[in-house]
Design a protein around this ligand. Structure first.
Ligand code: ZN
Length: 308
């Protein structure tokens, strides 16, 4: 192999790298300190990153609270900010559809679900629909993406983030790992809490309003046929017919799961035909109050209350 001559591309590349390093060090030691930026495509990932790195990094997560991060389209400036982040945390499983149409730097991009990529589930034939008026229609076809509702998978994603943080910021590794222990303990408590709460439901199927509960159903052994309903939609005769068909295919259901508080009249309508409404928020976006942990605890408490 030839030696790299001065001025060859390799030397140039090395020179560029060392300049970059010096600049970075100057930035972190000088007055204008560079606080690392960790970009996240979903709120659960942002929450995990905040728990693990809030003492030394800023988490970049800009999805408006009235939008679904799975289908949100960032603007060009927002994409540039994400591309320039020190770490970019992806959910994987085709979450955040914009990711597939843009180029992200391989060195800083982390697919947090990679350790269980062979356990990702397919969703079938769900129709195009909109969640909000004026929103572009989307379908849930392809891979199911609400990975974190199986709290063991959430733990794997949190661990993947901690690992990436430790590699990128070796001087922070031991504090990150201590913080990971605390986070994993919380997630483990959610896992046992959810297992206990769902065991009280027996073997009856549970009807879910939207195709986002696949991993939750698998993790806690629940049969969960799905509709394409929104909590605040007007239920038409066609919607009620779709529900009736599902009940015929999966008889015995008495429970109906919503992503958020449904309209009171929707609760009433279901009650009249023998279905109890329960909210299990996937918490894909930042909640109006509380955080990932408090929302998941409320989900568990809502299920627990049914068997009391
Ligand atoms: Zn949808």
């Amino acid at each position: 192999m030839k030696h790299a001559l001065p001025g060859s591309p390799l030397t140039l590349a090395l020179l560029l790298i060392s300049c970059g390093e010096e600049e970075k060090q100057a930035e972190s030691h000088g007055g204008g300190s560079h606080r690392p930026v960790i970009a996240a495509v979903s709120y659960p990932l942002a929450y995990f990153a905040e728990r693990l790195s809030s003492d030394f990094a800023t988490v970049l997560y800009e999805v408006p609270t009235d939008q679904d991060p799975a289908f949100w389209e960032p603007g060009d400036e927002q994409i540039t900010a994400i591309q320039e982040a020190d770490l970019i945390l992806l959910n994987g499983a085709t979450y955040a559809k914009w990711v597939s149409t843009r180029t992200l730097p391989g060195e800083t991009t982390v697919v947090t679900s990679s350790s269980f990529r062979d356990r990702l589930m397919e969703t079938e034939g769900t129709l195009k629909h909109t969640h909000k008026e004026g929103e572009e229609a989307h379908s849930h076809d392809g891979l199911a993406f609400t990975t974190w509702l199986d709290f063991k998978q959430a733990s794997a994603q949190a661990s993947e983030i901690a690992l990436a943080l430790g590699e990128r910021f070796p001087e922070r590794k031991s504090t990150v790992m201590t913080r990971l222990d605390a986070l994993l303990e919380d997630l483990n408590n959610l896992d046992t809490g959810m297992a206990t709460a769902t065991s009280g439901l027996g073997n009856a199927p549970v009807i879910v309003s939207h195709p986002v509960y696949q991993y939750w159903a698998r993790a806690y052994s629940i049969v969960a046929p799905s509709l394409l309903w929104e909590p605040d939609m007007e239920l038409t005769p066609g919607d009620m017919a779709a529900l009736a068909r599902i009940r015929e295919e999966a008889p015995g259901a008495t429970l109906f799961i919503w992503e958020d508080d449904p309209l009171p009249k929707n609760i009433e309508k279901l009650k009249r035909i023998g279905l109890t409404s329960v909210v299990i928020s996937p918490c894909g976006n930042r909640p109006e109050s509380g955080d990932f942990l408090s929302v998941m605890r409320a989900n568990i408490a809502a299920l627990q209350a049914l068997s009391n």
